[in-house]
Design a protein around this ligand. Sequence first.
Ligand code: SF4
Length: 158
Amino acid sequence: MEPHDEIEDVLPPDALFRAMEPFGPPLGDAACVTWDPNRFPSEREQTAAFDGEPVMPERDIPQARALCRTCPLLESCRRYAQDSRDEYMFLAGETAEERRKKWRKSGEIAKRRRRAIELHALNLPTATIARLLGRDESSIRSDLREVGKRHSHLPPTA
Ligand code: SF4
């Protein structure tokens, strides 16, 4: 049985999903949600470009970049792309592949720690958190201790 199946019944709906994906996209008037007929022949093609599946990459990616440059959420979208380490979407003027080349180990650790905190806040045992995150228990305890040094309100680890 997968750890997800094991605990989904005892948590509020969506709690596990939110804990595993703790970074949300920026809220507000994103330029990509309104079809720009001057840049894309159809709404479907614009959506596909931002979903990371451009119909004609050589045409659609430059147009998506240009649209991002007009977006009032550009900076917060860039932070979201960096923190979430999203692997699919076109975000803040870059494809997922372009972002992946700039990923650093520190970002991976930061995301894992953030997930560990969120799962810990759901009162899941350390062993379950470790299985969900594909780590051993000692590394999860170490993550929580590290974060606990900066956030003293965290409960003790199981
Ligand atoms: S920066 Fe680009 S991807 Fe991000 S919300 Fe704005 S238009 Fe969409």
